[in-house]
Design a protein around this ligand. Structure first.
Ligand code: ZN
Ligand code: ZN
Length: 232
């Protein structure tokens, strides 16, 4: 009955959904989940089909990154960028939840092969979360927990200080800016685990790496980073 009064619409383009479509219309879903590039398994940058990435790619070979692998859903561009911005700044968490479901479903296979034990998001500082109402990365990590049937442990890591937005800064400034921003919470049990760490956007990887560093220092065996968008 509700569907007759308010037919469900696509979270990306607002067009009414057809029978069999859920959350996104098929053309937006295709745009979001169809990765066209080969990517570096260490930093998610675009690489050529035949680039040797066994030790990373030209963008990351000389950079220390504390996560062991990194995967992206796609480039931070076009439809994916639009949906991410809606997920981040929308008043309701539903867009982020829908994007998380589509992402975890589309990328399930390559993440499942790492057999992560637990999943958590890169935390937001509490006041930013309070202002926004939710942490969009936590909506994504929730979707991953559900898709892989593994424990969701968002409280195991927290942000000890707020940092200015990373967007406007140079790569070096970004790395310095984020050092010491995260801490492992009392009661967290990372020791010996493979940890899936979720964030929304990766640019230089410094935020994801700093969070991974804390998790590794707490004894984790492996950190697999996953991000929705790579901003090249
Ligand atoms: Zn659409
Ligand atoms: Zn790379």
């Amino acid at each position: 009955m509700l569907n007759l009064l308010f037919p469900p619409i696509c979270f990306a383009c607002d067009q009414p959904l057809q029978i069999g479509e859920k959350d996104f219309c098929s053309s937006c879903l295709q745009a979001i989940t169809n990765e066209e590039h080969h990517t570096c398994p260490r930093c998610t940058s675009n690489v050529g089909q035949y680039t040797d990435v066994s030790k990373g790619c030209p963008s990351c070979q000389n950079v220390k990154l504390y996560f062991d692998f990194a995967y992206r859903l796609g480039l931070y561009d076009d439809v994916l960028r639009k949906v991410l911005l809606r997920a981040k700044f929308g008043k309701l968490p539903s867009t982020g939840e829908a994007l998380g479901r589509a992402w975890a479903k589309a990328d399930r296979e390559r993440i499942a092969k790492h057999a992560p034990d637990v999943v958590l998001p890169v935390p937001l500082h509490w006041w930013r979360k309070l202002r926004r109402g939710f942490n969009q990365s936590q909506l994504f990590s929730e979707a991953w927990a559900k898709e892989l049937s593994i424990p969701h442990v968002p409280r195991w890591l927290h942000r000890v200080r707020a940092t200015p937005p990373q967007t406007m800064q140079s790569p070096t400034a970004r790395r310095e800016n984020i050092v010491g921003a995260f801490a492992v919470s009392t009661g967290a049990k990372f020791k010996g685990l493979k940890v899936l760490l979720v964030d929304d956007v990766l640019t230089t990887g410094s935020t994801l790496s700093e969070a991974a560093k804390m998790i590794k220092q707490a004894g984790a065996k492996e950190v697999i980073g996953v991000v929705v968008g790579h901003r090249g």
